[in-house]
Design a binder for this molecule. Structure first.
Ligand SMILES: Cc1ncc(COP(=O)(O)O)c(C=O)c1O
Length: 399
């Protein structure tokens, strides 16, 4: 009997929206119910001693996989494209980053990491990898093919993240990947901002494409989840590392990730449209120095974004004209639709003040004024803008 996967997933001819709806579903294995049931389990029982001795069972032990994890892996693989050889599921985005790095590095190796990387990625390199004798060099995210000058005989991996999730630099990933591959190094990417819907990382030279599924995959700010998509070159080592570290995801979080995936394309399109409208509105405000959003023609990385990406998500930053700190606080405190908190990718709008000065070592962060990162949620765009207008009124009153 045909399953949704068979009808739409395998031949690569169908659009991501369809893949997200059908991926991983095998209803006729579950009495016809549309969704894969949530399997809570550890032990898998074998009918006979002979079966046990021969390990004759589709599932062997829950840490190795369950129908719930298998369905989610299959759905995620469907949107990573034909170069995807496998997807590993992890309990958070940071666990996905660290497991992916561990899967390609060993004592004595050297790794190049973009200076714009998510800060805990740096902390992992500086506090854990260093104890295993692995050295990290941070590089200018705009380096492109110039990364050649930083390659050493023991450089085994290059980590990219585009755009940076606070500062929004775009990276020339195909150029970086060409250099890395010429030196036999593996390219890892934090692809949480674009997701494979807007950037097929594995088609652009990336060997391990990482997402914090806590963000857009979950989409509702109610799970911690991460995943890594691997190509043929990196898949086995990734699987072995994740299994040996004993990392796995709870069944309810996998189910929520699976549920989130079904609507990812429509949510992301709505985030994209609203964020672009709000970013353009910010650009016209007298209080704003610049808007850091790669889909705006004013962004220095716009040409790279246009060349390589097929969309933009809901996260961008705004550099305000210099004002005293209390005025920025007044702006933030006046917002009622925007929550003040870490993370992003949920249905709701968020804002956080940030300062990259202390987390840069290869480049200098000097944006020219105070900075706030916005995540534009699924509220009505006119309401979002009205809320931000109230913020600016409070900012101006506080000066
Ligand atoms: C760009 C980026 N990558 C990775 C992570 C880590 O994800 P998690 O919080 O799921 O560990 C985050 C979290 O904020 C992030 O913004």
């Amino acid at each position: 009997m045909k399953t949704p996967d068979d009808r739409h997933g395998a031949d690569g001819a169908h659009a991501d929206r369809t893949r997200l709806v059908v991926g991983g579903r095998r209803p006729h294995e579950h009495y016809g119910f549309v969704n894969t049931p949530v399997f809570h389990g550890s032990t898998v029982l074998y009918p006979t001693a002979e079966d046990y001795l021969a390990r004759r069972s589709r599932f062997k032990y829950a840490r190795r996989g369950t129908p719930t994890s298998e369905a989610l892996e299959s759905a995620l693989a469907g949107i990573e494209g034909p170069a995807c050889a496998g997807v590993a599921l992890l309990p958070s985005g940071l666990a996905a980053i660290s497991a992916a790095l561990l899967s390609v590095l060993k004592a004595g190796d050297h790794v190049l990491v973009t200076d714009s990387a998510y800060d805990p990625t740096r902390v992992f390199c500086d506090t854990i990898l260093v104890r295993w004798g692995i050295t990290t060099t941070y590089y200018d995210p705009l380096i492109g093919a110039g990364i050649e000058a930083l390659m050493r005989p023991n450089t085994r991996a290059v980590f990219v993240e585009a755009p940076g999730s606070l500062s929004f630099e775009m990276q020339d990933i195909p150029a970086i990947a060409a250099v890395a591959h010429a030196h036999d190094a593996v390219v890892l990417m934090d692809n949480t901002w674009a997701t494979p819907l807007y950037f097929r990382a594995l088609d652009h030279g990336v060997d391990l494409s990482i997402q914090s599924g806590t963000k857009y995959i979950g989409g509702h700010s109610d799970i911690m989840f991460g995943c890594v998509a691997a190509n043929e070159r990196t898949n086995q080592a990734l699987r072995d590392m994740v299994f040996t570290l004993g990392l796995c995801v709870g069944p309810d979080d996998m189910n929520l990730a699976q549920r989130g995936l079904r609507t990812l394309a429509v949510r992301l399109a709505a985030h994209r449209e609203a964020a672009l409208a709000v970013a353009r509105w910010f650009e016209a405000r007298p209080e704003v120095l610049k808007v850091l959003h790669p889909a705006l023609p004013s962004h220095p990385g716009h040409d790279i974004w246009r060349r390589d990406f097929t969309g933009s998500s809901g996260l961008f930053s705004v550099v305000f004209r210099p004002v005293p700190g209390p005025a920025i606080n007044a702006f933030l405190n006046a917002l009622s639709l925007f929550g003040l908190g870490a993370s992003w990718g949920g249905y709701e709008s968020l804002a956080i003040p940030f300062d990259c000065t202390k987390i840069r070592t290869a480049t200098t962060w000097a944006p020219g004024g105070p900075t706030i990162r916005f995540h534009i949620g699924l509220e009505d765009t006119a309401d979002i803008i009205a809320d931000l207008e109230g913020g600016f009124a409070a900012l101006n009153a506080a000066q």
